[in-house]
Design a protein around this ligand. Structure first.
Ligand code: ADP
Length: 398
């Protein structure tokens, strides 16, 4: 069976067509500027030179999904002969709240539950819902499965997920820490024990998903015991455009002095902070290039980034009760070997050591020295495959 994996953002839509017979990606693509002048479409059929790329205004996600299906079945440059080959659609959904602890088939009832969580993810949840509704409109006979970014973190105990605020905000408003990047952390949590040569239930490790958005998770026996993101993806380490942890009183102080309202303030913390706020760009490569030319502000941004990750690794070493491994993944974790080495350099006093010969781009597996007290690994993440696997599992039972 082939599964169409959809990741719908407010004005974009990423998709992959995965053949579950061998879990290979048949086609992948991106629609950008949906609902904005000049919608851009690109699809690649993997293992071939077939590309479909064009600019044509698309008013909404339904038009975008129609374009995806046209491209996938294009006679010349498509990936499949007919839509009959697609068994189901799997959707990335931002927020599952406490309602969804795992993936679910989209039904009237589950859709209601997903819609009820819009207030917890006002920017992304409506887009995810639009993606599901678009598939229902264009392919009414295909089942849809919702896979939540928060679900894998639902195993966190109250001591990790409760904020120190009046308890009624938790009971009445569901204010608590949820965590995000769940499909990535879950994929890596599944892969890591294979490299350690241990059963998942016997492993304790720390996952560092370091990309434009970044989060760490503490894993014991295959389950999350803590993670750095909170009610929203804003909490935790420094990111491309997100501030990570700040003293909440900073908001009042800045707002009083600039006249910003709370929405502008949060927009600033989400979109104009992190590397972008402290330095010249949200992209680690640009920040590094600036620092290499002697830009002290760029260097300070890199230092904040590195130090905060080191502090969380220290904290999560306690959370798991002594880690067997630290795993790097995502854009920076997979590609920037020097940044990973810098993070680990701060753990030298604990006997954690990188082996420079193993710490290479493209190396998948252990990158620490043989005598390192904690193993260090680099494993490429895959955020789509867990969505496709869950979708297959759920629709196979129908
Ligand atoms: P997203 O959260 O958008 O999925 P990614 O996981 O793709 O982000 O990560 C983007 C980050 O990875 C950027 O900061 C980028 O600089 C960094 N990155 C990607 N490739 C490289 C590379 N070859 N060397 C260093 N950093 C890289």
């Amino acid at each position: 069976m082939k599964i169409l994996v959809i990741n719908a953002g407010s004005s974009s839509l990423k998709f992959q067509l995965i053949d579950m017979d061998d879990e290979s990606v048949k086609a992948k693509g991106l629609v950008e500027r949906i609902g904005i002048e000049g919608t851009h479409f690109k699809q690649n059929v993997l293992g071939t030179d077939k590309v479909i790329e064009f600019t044509r205004n698309m008013a909404d996600h339904t038009e975008a999904i129609s374009a995806v299906l046209e491209a996938l079945t294009d006679k010349e440059n498509g990936a499949i002969n007919s839509l009959d080959e697609i068994g189901a659609c799997g959707h990335r959904v931002l927020h599952g709240g406490e309602t969804f602890k795992g993936s679910v088939l989209v039904t009237e009832e589950t859709m209601k539950g997903i819609e009820e969580l819009v207030p917890l993810g006002p920017l992304h949840q409506p887009a995810n819902i639009a993606g599901i509704k678009a598939c229902q409109a264009v392919m009414p006979t295909k089942p849809n499965v919702a896979v939540f970014d928060t679900a894998f973190h639902q195993t966190m105990p109250p001591k990790a997920f409760l904020y120190g605020v009046p308890y009624e905000y938790y009971t009445n408003l569901k204010v608590r820490r949820y965590g995000f990047h769940g499909t990535s952390h879950r994929f890596i949590a599944g892969e890591t024990p294979k490299y350690l040569g241990k059963k998942p239930e016997d492993c304790k490790f720390i996952i560092c998903h370091l990309g434009n958005g970044s989060s760490l998770s503490a894993i014991v026996g295959g389950k999350v015991v803590d993670t750095t993101m909170g009610l929203t993806p804003l909490e935790g380490v420094l990111m491309g455009t997100r501030s990570g942890d700040v003293d909440p009183a900073v908001l009042e102080y800045i707002m009083d002095n600039t006249g910003m309202d709370i929405h502008q303030m949060l927009n600033c913390l989400n979109k104009k902070s992190g590397f972008a706020g402290l330095s010249c760009s949200s992209d680690m490569r640009d920040v590094k290039a600036a620092a290499a030319k002697g830009d002290a502000q760029a260097q300070a941004a890199l230092d904040v980034w590195c130090y905060r990750i080191q502090k969380y690794i220290g904290a999560y070493n306690v959370a798991v009760g002594g880690a067997d491994a630290i795993v790097f993944t995502a854009g920076i974790g997979e590609n920037d070997t020097a940044a990973c080495a810098d993070v680990i350099a701060g753990l030298a006093f604990m006997g954690v050591k990188i082996d420079p010969a193993k710490n290479q781009r493209g190396v998948c597996g252990i990158i620490s020295a043989d005598d390192s007290t904690i193993k260090v690994l680099r494993i490429p993440t895959n955020e789509e495959l867990p969505i496709a696997r869950d979708t297959l599992e759920i629709v196979s039972k129908l």
